[in-house]
Design a protein around this ligand. Structure first.
Ligand code: CP
Ligand code: NVA
Length: 310
């Protein structure tokens, strides 16, 4: 694929990924303390128009991409799936060809990964994955940046995911392979991550374990991560069953105390406090959840620059 799309962490060259994390850190430092609306000294996106398309709700992705593009001198338009003809008969391929004549980059949050891949196949401008039912790569780039800000290189560390083996978990598994850290999933078997994500990471030489006992899983963890038990694409009717399946995997202070003393706690947010994690953990000494949220901005600015080659 010649076009520098950012579709998934496992589809992006590890050297490019490393470059993005390092550039994100540098750009963050360079504008430290400035009001959010003040431009960066460098304006690499000057003259660029970016379309941000959302077929699902979003707080962080929507606002951080919009602000990030503007800080770098570009312009944005935020569109909902309803604003466009997506899914109203016009093919995704035709939509991709048309939008590519108006804008310089497309960011899409959608349900079916197939829609994202088809858009990317036919677009003549770069496409960024802003979350699908299967993966959420921008989030994990922010998480790597956050981990390394606090603890240095993530290579060789042990990351433990507790709960639903969902889209965010899948991108963490992609990152394990590309950045070289070990990954342990702890959750009930029906909610295991897709086998292919586990195998791809193992093929890259990292250790991936599935451990049913959460207290055993977190032993020696450098980072403990969880996410909502019911994702946006999940039917609300499964809420009660999910809660029954996942109750034992809640990240509380007792579980965190079994990780390394300097372990970090992350959650991509939005969170359901007292479900997947307690407020004592979310607001406690291990938690870096709001730095994670902030770092969506900085990580995505580097992703945008890489995609646009600027
Ligand atoms: N973490 C994340 O992607 O948040 P939003 O759904 O609010 O964009
Ligand atoms: N797993 C969640 C992540 C939200 C950012 C969802 O897909 O709803």
């Amino acid at each position: 694929m010649d076009m520098p799309h950012f579709l998934d962490i496992n589809r992006t060259d590890p050297k490019a990924l490393r470059g993005m994390i390092d550039q994100a850190g540098q750009m963050k430092s360079a504008r430290a303390g400035r009001p959010r609306g003040m431009a960066d000294d460098e304006q690499p996106l000057a003259g660029h128009m970016v379309a941000l398309i959302f077929e699902k709700p979003s707080t962080r992705t929507r606002v951080s991409f919009d602000v990030g593009v503007r800080q770098m001198g570009g312009q944005t338009m935020v569109l909902s799936g309803h604003d466009l003809q997506l899914g109203h008969g016009e093919t995704i391929a035709d939509t991709a060809r048309v939008l590519s004549r108006y804008v310089d980059l497309l960011m899409l949050r959608t349900f079916n990964e197939g829609v994202l891949l088809e858009l990317a196949e036919h677009a003549t401008v770069p496409v960024i994955n802003g979350l699908t039912n299967r993966t959420h790569p921008c989030q994990i780039m922010a998480d790597i940046l956050t981990y390394e800000e606090y603890r240095g290189p993530i290579v060789g560390k042990k990351v433990v995911w507790a709960g639903d083996g969902n889209n965010v978990c899948a991108s963490f598994l992609h990152a394990a392979g590309q950045f070289g850290f070990d990954f342990t999933f702890t959750g009930p078997e029906p909610l295991d991550p897709e086998r292919v994500f586990i195998e791809q990471a193992r093929e890259k030489g990292v250790t991936v374990e599935v451990v049913r006992d959460p207290f055993r899983a977190v032993e020696g963890a450098d980072l403990v991560v969880t996410d909502t038990w019911v994702s946006m694409h999940d039917s609300q009717s499964m809420k009660e069953r999910r809660h029954n399946q996942l109750r034992g995997y809640q990240v509380g202070t007792a579980l965190m105390s079994r990780a390394r003393p300097d372990a970090l706690f992350m959650h991509c947010l939005p969170a359901h406090r007292e479900d997947e994690a307690t407020s004592a953990v979310m607001d406690g000494p291990h938690s870096v959840i709001f730095d994670e949220a902030e770092n969506r901005l900085h990580a995505q600015k580097a992703i945008l620059r890489w995609c646009l080659g600027v």
